[in-house]
Design a protein around this ligand. Structure first.
Ligand SMILES: [Zn+2]
Length: 150
């Protein structure tokens, strides 16, 4: 019985709120921007604690220890917390691309070393062979691994 009253009141409240928003859109948006700006740090702290169990001072200490650089590519970009997905253990701070890359390789050191080996082997691919592939996209051409003789 009480819940019916609450639902009815809530729907009135929603319609009033929608009407108020429509009439005072600029005022509401300005208030939302102010609220978001003041809560940005709070959201960051909550996210660090909830997802990784990290306090902001711990995050800052990790970033300082890494000289505010990505632990893999050493680029000075926004740093994201890298953690072991199964155990939740925080490993370090990475840029977005490196963090996503680890995820795409399922955090497997074997897969990553195979990818590194693959890239190192194919790095010496002759340029004109790569250009041939671009010109003929329907024909499959695989690099034999042997240097192309001209
Ligand atoms: Zn990186």
């Amino acid at each position: 019985m009480i819940s019916r009253v609450r639902i009815r009141d809530r729907s009135k409240c929603r319609s009033y709120s929608a009407t108020y928003r429509a009439k005072n859109l600029a005022k509401v948006r300005a208030a939302n921007r102010r609220y978001a700006a003041t809560c940005k740090d709070k959201r960051r702290i909550t996210k660090l604690m909830m997802r990784y169990g990290l306090r902001p001072d711990q995050y800052d200490a990790m970033a300082k220890a890494q000289s505010y650089l990505c632990a893999i590519c050493n680029k000075s970009l926004k740093l994201y917390v890298d953690h072991h997905k199964a155990s939740g253990v925080v490993r370090g701070l990475l840029c977005r691309d490196c963090n996503l890359g680890l995820g795409y390789f399922k955090e497997s050191p074997d897969a990553l070393s195979c990818a590194a080996k693959y890239l190192a082997e194919r790095h010496e691919m002759p340029l004109h062979e790569a250009q041939t592939r671009k010109r003929e996209p329907n024909q499959l051409a695989f690099w034999s691994g042997e240097p192309v003789k001209e």
